[in-house]
Design a binder for this molecule. Structure first.
Ligand code: HEM
Ligand SMILES: N/C(=N/c1cccc(CO[C@@H]2CCNC2)c1)c1cccs1
Length: 365
């Protein structure tokens, strides 16, 4: 059975938007006629490089959960729609890491691999992010590394992946890429493509003894880019981190590295009762260490206060451009000190128009 043809309404809406927001010499009717002909004869249609680049940028602009949208126009779009093999996808993902890292001055980049078409299914990347750390479950139930990835670690180990001789809490997992023709294949990331930051504290020397580090560049690789009815399931994109993602969530969540009690003890805080606010004091120091370390290492990072102000600037710019800006308050408000940021104290529009990025849990694919 043929895959459902492209949603013509979504395709037309996108092409009209592209023509409206960009200086395009050809009349939109011609472009629409060509698209309809392609959909009728092949069940899909191909975006021009300019349409693809614009679609990826607008999908970012439409991402209601993203606080970092002020720079949506600066996204660097890599058109990799002619890369169909697992080794080609893997090699370009490594190149993506190098381009995005840029010696620490991180550049927002997206790599767009082939879309789903009736003729050929798209390549798929099974990692949630290009760089994630292994989680090794010990017999006593304790975990070395990131507890979020114990199942992924067991799966790739079953596939033949071998951890480093000396396992650590920060061993980068292999990339898993699948195509219909070749099946799923694993690729180790070259260590020099994984830029890492050692975590130290601006005033507390003992912090370094915790032996913490984190990778510089976050690259989301499990979200589907949808543009004008076309679905690109492999389109890894990166920005830079907001410190709270590492300091409050990756290091702070009890089902992740769970470091708040450790830091509280080393700070000598009274952890015997909740109302000493030991958790709040420890998570602040954890976040100060993250921001300090990235600044020391010359790796781009932003704090949740600065990023909140930037986001409200973006919101004002969108409103003066006559566009609605979709915002999911529960994601935009940072996971610590919420009411200390200006994004907390207001309401927003919620509905998100296309193009957009979709997670697997999102209803519409
Ligand atoms: C340039 C710096 C950027 C910063 C500081 C930033 C910041 C963030 C943060 C803090 C989140 C919430 C993540 C979480 O709570 O787990 C987020 C979500 C998101 N960002 Fe951005 N972002 C940036 C660039 C980008 C780019 C380049 C794209 C895509 C082209 C993007 C697309 C998204 C999407 C789709 C989400 C929601 C993810 C989901 O629903 O799971 N962001 N961003
Ligand atoms: N700073 C970032 N943070 C994230 C952006 C989107 C998603 C995520 C991770 O989301 C996971 C699923 C829900 N929380 C963790 C993190 C960026 C990654 C890629 C571009 S910017």
């Amino acid at each position: 059975p043929r895959a459902p043809a492209v949603d013509l309404a979504e395709a037309e809406e996108f092409l009209r938007l592209f023509h409206a927001e960009n200086r395009v010499d050809a009349p939109v009717q011609q472009r629409l006629a060509r698209m309809r002909y392609e959909v009728d004869t092949t069940g899909t249609y191909r975006h021009t490089p300019d349409e693809l680049a614009y679609g990826a940028k607008v999908a970012w602009r439409n991402s209601a959960r993203c606080i970092g949208r002020l720079y949506w126009r600066s996204l660097k779009v890599r058109d990799l729609r002619d890369v169909h093999t697992v080794s080609g996808v893997a090699a370009h993902c490594v190149e993506h890491l190098r381009m995005a890292t840029n010696g620490g001055k991180i550049r927002p980049v997206i790599s767009v691999f082939p879309p789903e078409t009736p003729q050929r299914p798209a390549p798929r990347i099974w990692n949630e992010q290009l760089i994630r750390y292994a989680g090794y479950r010990n017999s006593d139930g304790s975990v070395l590394g990131d507890p979020r990835y114990t199942r992924f670690t067991e799966a790739v180990t079953g596939f033949g992946w071998r951890p480093p001789a000396a396992r650590s809490g920060f061993d980068a997992l292999p990339l898993v890429v699948e195509t219909r023709e070749e099946g799923a294949h694993m690729f180790a990331l070259p260590p020099d493509a994984v830029h890492e930051v050692p975590i130290t504290h601006p005033e507390l020397p003992w912090f370094a003894e915790l032996g913490l580090r984190w990778h510089g560049v976050p690259v989301i690789s499990n979200m589907r880019l949808r543009i004008g009815g076309i679905s690109y399931p492999a389109a890894p994109f990166n920005g830079w981190y907001m410190g709270t993602e590492i300091g409050a969530r990756n290091f702070g969540d009890t089902d992740r590295y769970n470091l708040v009690p450790v830091v509280a003890e080393r700070l000598g805080l009274d952890t015997s009762r909740e109302d000493t606010l030991w958790r709040d004091r420890a998570v602040v120091e954890l976040n100060r260490a993250v921001l300090h370390s990235y600044h020391q290492a010359g790796v781009t990072i932003t704090d949740h206060h600065t990023e909140s102000h930037r986001f409200l600037t973006h919101l004002a710019k969108e409103e003066s451009a006559g566009r609605k800006c979709p915002v999911d308050w529960s994601w935009i408000v940072p996971p610590m000190s919420g009411s200390q940021t200006p994004v907390f104290h207001r309401y927003y529009d919620e509905e998100a128009p296309g193009p957009n990025y979709f997670g697997d849990d999102d209803a519409t694919h």
